[in-house]
Design a protein around this ligand. Structure first.
Ligand code: GLN
Length: 446
């Protein structure tokens, strides 16, 4: 009831697309009765969770915040959702986001923008903006988002909360609507590390429905305290001209604090930072153009009401009506970079860049426990500030896309408040499947 009341009082934030009020209350009452009767309950009993509108929950609407999926109901639940329910978590509703998880501000939703609860004239970040604001404004305890190039860490940074993107393959993608399949990963938002670790514990692990879900055993995500860590910061990230000056000073002070606390903090040269955004947008738009071809007006959701069209025109019309501007931009870009005449110049080249980035990052991670760097080069943008300049918007993803290109886990934890009143965070990156270390270092950094 507490969360339902809070949701009712904060409708202007536009965080929830749908609230499962009766169902959530019924589940809470049933759990209450079971506890009173001395029956055992799951490990997440009573934990109230919101899910991003790209994650399927059987019998509930899912639209990827797109008109093209208007009215579509999930036929099955995502593995992550199944596992939450199996541990008696209460799923309270689905959360607004950028259409098909494409964006950095949550301004691309067919259902309107989400507002940052700290300053309503600013964006919450994206694409999982609703998931971030739901935790920020206390409209649920924990939420799920998806992170293809930063969509959990970036809004967590803008909203002053914790956002984890696990290793690629750590959480099954079964039931997650695909944007770019070799990058996508379900992520977790929380107010603290313990909550995030607890949820990860139960939703991670192998899944016969997703061949890219890893068979690597899920360790106990116990947070280790009082340990000193070997940390690297990327010189080219800290001295990047795009980074806000005041934030740069904040990170420098933070590194000094870590050293004072007994960690070693060393500068490392990465050298490829300026190539990561172009490589990311070539590869993800290519994958998206293929993934989104299934939305043809026949199989799902929206279909044009015009009759007597030739089949090709019927597809074109349905897709033109159903997809928003940013999604169309990316389908066009992706189709272009995959086209015969340009494949080698763009797609193949970007794959080579990806390989170089992975090798370099792994080389650094083999020498250090973690890389620590900014999550985003600035604090939350004003609403509308970057909407007419997609390139500027894409470039702001410079620090987050790295972890997705390499498939390594990364987390954003709140660091400080900027003099403009907005929070900003610090990002921590570790080796593949080292979430246990990642969470401990994150706790240590908070
Ligand atoms: N901002 C990035 C993009 O628009 C990240 C999106 C995401 O992680 N889903 O592609």
């Amino acid at each position: 009831r507490y969360y339902l009341d809070r949701i009712g009082q904060t409708k202007h934030l536009n965080a929830y697309l749908e609230v499962f009020e009766e169902e959530a209350l019924a589940k809470a009452h049933a759990l209450d009765t079971r506890i009173k009767n001395g029956e055992s309950v799951g490990a997440l009993a009573g934990i109230v969770i919101g899910i991003k509108d790209v994650i399927c929950y059987k019998g509930h609407k899912v639209s990827a915040a797109s008109r093209i999926l208007e009215g579509f109901t999930s036929l099955y639940s995502a593995t992550a959702v199944e596992r939450l329910l199996a541990e008696d978590a209460i799923i309270i509703g689905n959360l607004n986001c950028d259409e098909f998880a494409m964006g950095s501000t949550n301004e691309n939703s067919a259902y309107g923008p989400v507002l940052n609860a700290l300053d309503n004239s600013r964006v919450p970040g994206g694409s999982s903006g609703g998931s971030a604001v739901a935790v920020q404004a206390d409209l649920c305890m924990v939420s799920l988002g998806s992170d293809t190039g930063g969509s959990v860490r970036q809004p967590a940074d803008f909203c002053g909360i914790v956002g984890l993107k696990p290793t690629y393959g750590r959480i099954s993608r079964y039931g997650l609507i695909a944007y770019a399949s070799s990058f996508d990963q379900i992520g977790i938002f929380g107010r603290n590390i313990a909550d995030v670790a607890r949820v990860l514990q139960f939703i991670a692990g192998p899944d016969e429905y997703d061949s890219t879900a890893s068979n690597e055993e899920v360790p106990d995500y116990q947070i280790v305290h009082n340990k000193s860590w070997k940390i690297a910061y990327l010189r080219d990230a800290l001295f990047h001209p795009g980074l806000d000056e005041e934030m740069k000073e904040g990170y420098t002070r933070f590194f000094e604090e870590l050293e004072a606390a007994g960690d070693t903090v060393t500068a490392a040269d990465f050298a490829y930072l300026d190539y990561v955004v172009p490589a990311y947008y070539v590869l993800t738009t290519a994958e998206a153009s293929s993934n989104l071809s299934r939305f043809d007006g026949v199989k799902y959701g929206h279909r044009t009401s015009l009759n007597n069209l030739e089949l090709a025109d019927f597809y074109k019309k349905s897709r033109s009506e159903g997809f928003g501007k940013e999604v169309k931009r990316r389908i066009l870009l992706g189709t272009f970079v995959l086209s015969a005449g340009y494949y080698d110049a763009y797609f193949a080249k970007a794959q080579q860049v990806r390989r170089m980035v992975v090798d370099k990052l792994n080389e650094i991670l083999s020498e250090y426990d973690a890389i620590v760097m900014p999550t985003v080069p600035s604090t939350a943008f004003k609403i509308g500030e970057k909407t007419n300049d997609p390139i500027a918007m894409y470039l702001a993803d410079i620090y987050t896309v790295l972890a997705n290109l390499a498939g390594v886990p990364a987390i954003s934890v709140p660091l400080q408040r900027h003099s403009n009143g907005m929070p900003y965070g610090v990002q921590i990156i570790t080796k593949q499947f080292s979430e246990a270390n990642l969470l401990s270092i994150a706790e240590h950094a908070m």
